[in-house]
Design a protein around this ligand. Sequence first.
Ligand code: NAD
Ligand code: GLY
Length: 361
Amino acid sequence: MEKITVVTPTKQYPILLEQSFDGLANAIKEQNLSGRKMCIIADENTDKLYREVVKKELQKVADTVFYHCFPAGEQHKNLETISNFYQFYQKNRFDRKTVIVALGGGVCGDMAGFSAATYLRGISFIQIPTTLLAQVDSSVGGKTGVDFCGAKNNIGAFYQPELVYINTSTLKTLPQKEFSAGMAEVIKYGCILSPKFFQYLQQQKQNILSMQHDVLSEMIKQCCLLKAEVVSKDEKENGLREILNFGHTIGHAIETISNFQLLHGECVSLGMLAVLELGKKRKEVTEQEQKEVQELLAYFHLPLYVNSVSKENIYQQMFLDKKVKQNKISFVLPKGIGEVYTTSEVSENEIRKAIDFVVKI
Ligand code: NAD
Ligand code: GLY
């Protein structure tokens, strides 16, 4: 078992890295959450795969265990689904001591977390991430929310969980495409914070793809350490945390315009490639560095371009991004591999050329 602690002004909590659900009841006890009503929120896939085993663990420490399942997919990450959660909570008389347990990927964690942040002005929640993306990124750091009227995550709250319990063995049932999508966020950490981690990924790529257990665990641990460090320094994205949005400005726009036909991680991959091209044009990234990132993304079957979306719509969609301030889009741009900077001084021409690089009609 590995333990990483996230320390923020609002909460301190552990991320536990395990290979099964066997330690869950004990972990909950250690967070002083025993004896309460608990409610598993899962999508239809994680409900089928993992609800029973998680329920058994929760029953060891809970007063009563409830569960509520919603349809899987980004298209259901909206206020209608949240409203269904609230109705379930109210019907079952959930009170301020009830604990929400998010069992699933980033869609599940973001929504279960948001419902916990807002129901009765805030009740406790636990993250049990089951996708690679959620284990390395979305379950850590307290960003919760939903998409709204064509804008990604535009309704939400910063709300930290009580505990993040990662059972890496859940990745065995994850479809290959979803694993690849998670690798985009993994590679992102190398690009923004650590040339050493980027090299590790290059060296271990075969072992990662074949899901060699020790390598996978080490990789997830390093991502959690990097994210915990950033979030501990800047919980509410007043500065440093913005770097975690590398590739997301163009990526989110592609994700929305493609009507969620592409996975979040696939769009982040495209967004990273677009800003690397922008960085190369600014002479802040070499051709060799660009090639290395491209090759690593391609190795994990991530798309290098897309051809079914309108470039103009992507450009316009970017102005709905949360990071737009006074009509200027904020970008996280690369300086080689392992360092980035934030700027809103990016010309329309630069943005359009970056989009051209990843959208081939
Ligand atoms: P997801 O939650 O939709 O999960 C992907 C698919 O995998 C779903 O169909 C799900 O049912 C299935 N699944 C989950 N675990 C499984 C398992 N172990 N075995 C088999 N199938 C499994 O998508 P995601 O990629 O995990 O998350 C993407 C979302 O996360 C986006 O909405 C994005 O905005 C959000 N996100 C949030 C943050 C944050 O900081 N809060 C960070 C990054 C991404
Ligand atoms: N995934 C971006 C963040 O957590 O800030």
